[in-house]
Design a protein around this ligand. Structure first.
Ligand code: NAD
Ligand code: TYD
Length: 339
């Protein structure tokens, strides 16, 4: 099996590349990534010399480059992780989100139609369902929950999902979609909540909690997400959407307090800052479908996953210190300087 994995130099994509090379040693993995600020070639260092791995630096919106790669590789499957993924950046500048997340998806699927594949898998997000109220803990997102987005990021992901389903119905492209809750784990870019708080706490810097810190996310260890996608591309039904979630809802403030405790840092570092515009209150996935159809269940408990994650950041300071010492400083100043 020859699989193109787009966005494989980012957080979840790189974890997926590692997982697949180990789990399916006979498969070939071709990573297509244009290395935006969020893509990091050093992350893929351990597999660069692997005989069944190839890295290609190209943009998924570049039709010519994508067709050339399909011509060369004749892939059996495509798993699309490539995206602009940060809600705060989408609020500052939506355009690149529309280009990569929507147009890029269309280009990849056009290539799939032209050259033929057995599966196109779209990695999507629970954010396409909008948010749930804090006072209705009985409500969860199912695959039937209507699309109802809040941010330019989630709107671009929802648009891509609709296109994927349209390519299934119109052209019969063999697609699947997974909609996952918030991931955490190794190689998570330090602009996101958990790695940002770990890095700041280790540097004794303020921990910027948006609003009151009451917003709830459903956290899933990244390897559990990779396992779910592996199951879907091999055993999932074509044309179907599968929700993936950890049944692990936590408020942001509780997460930050756990990080302080694990690192032995004082909670006085916590600083409440201006809220995110249009901030979603609560995400919560009902993963019954993927459990019943494919037998998937999250395996890593949050208490263990967060310890492993913190340990990883302690042991891989070079990886994130290089990132936060560069262009990221301008980003941080812009987003948090006067907040
Ligand atoms: P990330 O931002 O860490 O990585 C994105 C990767 O895509 C980077 O390597 C980047 O260089 C690459 N990329 C961006 N634009 C590209 C383009 N035009 N052409 C080629 N490559 C490009 O993102 P992530 O957190 O790993 O998320 C991966 C996917 O999973 C995204 O589609 C995201 O919407 C989805 N998702 C993420 C989460 C989460 O918690 N992080 C949850 C659910 C779904
Ligand atoms: P984030 O990691 O950006 O993921 P998403 O917005 O896709 O869920 O943020 C997770 C939650 O943490 C979200 O409610 C916003 C909040 N947050 C903060 O309070 N402070 C921060 O500095 C960041 C980056 C996020």
């Amino acid at each position: 099996m020859n699989i193109i994995v787009t966005g494989g130099a980012g957080f979840i994509g790189s974890n997926f590349v590692f997982y697949m090379l180990k789990k399916h040693p006979d498969d070939r993995i071709v990573c297509l990534d244009c290395l935006t600020y969020a893509g990091n070639l050093s992350t893929l260092e351990p597999v660069m010399g692997h005989p069944n791995f190839r890295f290609v630096k190209d943009d998924i919106t570049d039709r010519e480059a994508v067709y050339r790669l399909f011509e060369e590789e004749k892939p059996d499957m495509v798993v699309n992780f490539a995206a602009e993924s940060h809600v705060d950046r989408s609020i500052e500048d939506p355009e690149v989100f529309l280009r990569t997340n929507i147009l890029g998806t269309a280009v990849l699927m056009d290539a799939c139609r032209k050259y033929g594949i057995t599966r196109y898998h779209q990695v999507s997000t629970d954010e396409v369902y909008g948010d749930l109220p804090l006072d209705r803990p009985d409500l969860f997102f199912t695959e039937e929950t209507p699309i109802h987005t809040s941010s330019p990021y989630s709107s671009s992901k929802a648009s891509a999902d609709l296109l994927v389903l349209a390519y299934y119905r119109t052209y019969g492209l063999p697609v699947t979609i997974s909609r996952c809750s918030n991931n955490y784990g190794p190689y998570h870019f330090p602009e996101k909540l958990i790695p940002l708080m770990i890095a700041n706490a280790l540097n004794d810097k303020p921990l910027p909690v948006y609003g009151k810190g009451e917003n709830v996310r459903d956290w899933l260890y990244v390897e559990d997400h990779c396992k779910a996608i592996d199951l879907i591309i091999h055993e999932g039904r074509v044309g179907e959407v599968y929700n993936i979630g950890g049944h692990n809802e936590m408020t942001n403030i509780d997460i930050v307090k756990i990080i302080c405790k694990e690192l032995g840092k004082p909670e006085s570092l916590i600083t409440y800052v201006a809220d995110r515009k249009g901030h979603d209150m609560r995400y919560a996935i009902d993963p019954t479908k993927i459990h019943n159809e494919l037998g998937w269940l999250p395996e890593t408990k949050f208490a263990d996953g967060i310890k492993k994650t913190i340990q990883w950041y302690l042991e891989h300071k070079d990886w994130w210190e290089t990132i936060i010492s560069g262009e990221y400083q301008n980003y941080y100043e812009k987003m948090y300087g006067n907040r």
